[in-house]
Design a protein around this ligand. Structure first.
Ligand code: HEC
Length: 485
């Protein structure tokens, strides 16, 4: 988020209060420096437009609140994302003046309804103690944006129950719909039908084609669907499956009305349909459905393999699938690799072979995780290796070969935790500095790991797999060997 330059906010806050002037003049004084003389936006830095903005339409309280207390944080205006700060303007504007300004903004393609001084007064009173700027989300809860009707005219939706065996679109001419409704929203939607299984829906309506040219239709559905223009199939989502399988099709259309027909089949499980079109006169990609078409996930990008070079270990600090969010990964020469989690001071993963593919991969939630490049990864730790003790991560030391020693405190005692490759596995030395006698429970595995042996030199694992580390005054060293079979 960046802030509007101080000069402009000062200008907006401290301009003289004008009396007896009408909306257009007040608007030029208080708003145009940022939002542009015609509300076209972009006057200061990248300030959003007020013209044709849903934020300035419908319920006037939404914009009254914005002007009285300011606005900050992410907001979508006319299809673009912003993340800026608008300083409050309310202190210098009387209720009547503010009402005049907002009524003027309504004439920027925002429906034209007047905003009254009484309305401004009541919002001002209700929030007289508020100091915080509004956030877009917070405003939307009380004042949702007005819904613009979609582009499909005379839209009719028909519902057909289907036999359980049906897994492909039926021939609808032989079927009888058991419900038919006209949809004033002008958008394809499954509202009211999202729970059921084994049914089909058909939507029919008209699209206004303003200019001749090629149009692209995109369709996505859970499960199957097909889109027809003037009885010709343009695009189809075949086969049972979830959303995220969007397909596109092209068709050349002539000015006038084109008939659109969308057929949909739900087998079992989730439901969903999304469609959009673009072409001459559609102002970019326009939704044909209440659910937006989500662009496909980025394809898995090309592999970026990290490897240790010569005698030096290689490090990787980003997210690794299956580990905590503050993990530190080390690939040692000779092909032993590990992930240390700084959140719980635990050694989480251990594997032999190639280290990590650092090329970004997208998981189901859209976040980037990298993956160890080995089929056999041993998961050692979940939670803290020191149950019942408090600890905090302090940092890391690197030796000449870039081998890390992890430093943390454990009940106030200093611990140095150094792993290094040994044989087919790894040796881990804990050095605990203690002021006197005591003991610490160490749980290096959260459960027995098949294919992995663990020995504490001179120590015997207890029944539950944990080790009791006896401490005396001074440095206490314990070495554990993790053997990979
Ligand atoms: C100092 C610059 C500045 C001034 C002056 C200013 N605004 Fe804004 N305005 C912004 C910014 C920046 C945003 C977007 C804030 C965000 O990203 O959260 C915004 C957002 C808005 C929005 C909601 C989004 C939109 O564009 O529809 C409305 C409505 C609005 N302003 C009205 C006004 C009115 C009315 C005035 C005059 C009384 C005014 N603003 C004066 C900077 C300004």
């Amino acid at each position: 988020m960046y802030f509007i330059p101080p000069l402009l906010s000062a200008l907006a806050l401290f301009s003289l209060t004008l009396n007896g002037q009408d909306g257009p003049v007040l608007y030029q004084t208080y708003c145009s420096a940022c939002h542009g003389t015609q509300g076209q936006g972009g006057a200061a830095e990248a300030v959003p437009p007020l013209a044709n903005s849903l934020w300035a339409q419908g319920d006037p309280d939404r914009m009254i609140k914005i002007v009285l207390h300011g606005l900050m944080g992410p907001i979508e205006v006319v299809g673009k994302e912003y993340n800026l700060v608008m300083p409050p303007q309310g202190a210098v504007l009387k209720d009547g003046q503010l009402a005049d300004i907002l009524s003027h903004i309504r004439t920027f393609d925002n429906g034209g309804e007047e905003v009254t001084a009484g309305r401004v007064a009541s919002v001002r009173k209700k929030y007289k103690d508020r100091e915080a700027y509004w956030k877009a989300d917070e405003l939307l809860k009380d004042h949702p944006l007005p819904v613009k009707p979609g582009p499909i005219k005379n839209l009719v939706r028909k519902y057909y129950p289907l036999p359980k065996s049906k897994k492909s679109l039926p021939s609808f001419t032989e079927l009888e719909a058991n419900a038919s409704e006209s949809e004033a929203t002008g958008l394809i939607s499954l509202d009211g039908y999202s729970q059921g299984d084994h049914f089909a829906v058909v939507w029919e309506g008209m699209l206004k084609i303003k200019r001749e040219g090629q149009f692209i239709f995109t369709l996505d559905s859970d499960d199957l669907s097909a889109l027809y223009i003037d009885e010709k199939k343009v695009v189809e989502v075949a086969g049972l499956g979830g959303m995220g399988r969007a397909k596109t099709g092209k068709v050349t259309l002539h000015p006038g009305l084109a008939k659109i027909r969308v057929e949909y089949l739900e087998f079992t499980g989730f439901t969903g349909i999304a469609a959009s079109w673009s072409g001459p006169g559609t102002k970019g990609v326009q939704a044909l459905s209440a659910t937006k078409v989500v662009s496909k996930r980025k394809p898995i990008s090309k592999m970026v393999e990290l490897k240790p070079v010569g005698k030096e270990a290689v490090h990787y600090r980003n997210f690794i699938a299956g580990t905590g969010n503050r993990s530190f990964s080390v690939g040692y020469p000779g092909g032993v690799n590990l992930v240390f989690n700084q959140e719980n001071c635990g050694l989480e993963l251990l594997w032999r072979g190639r280290f990590i593919d650092a090329g970004p991969r997208w998981n189901g939630r859209g976040t980037v995780r990298s993956f160890p490049l080995s089929g056999q990864v041993y998961h050692l730790q979940k939670g803290s290796p020191y149950p019942g003790h408090t600890f905090s991560f302090r940092g890391m030391e690197l030796d000449d070969h870039e081998y890390p020693t992890f430093c943390y405190s454990l009940d106030g005692l200093r611990v140095r935790d150094r792993p290094q490759p040994a044989g087919r596995g790894m040796e881990r030395t804990l050095t605990i500095e203690s002021g006197g006698a005591g003991e610490v429970v160490f749980a290096p595995l959260y459960q027995p790991v098949p294919g992995l042996s663990l020995e504490g030199r001179g120590l015997t694992a207890r029944q539950d797999g944990t080790f009791l580390l006896p401490l005396h005054k001074g440095d206490n060293s314990f070495t554990f060997h993790y053997g990979i079979q």
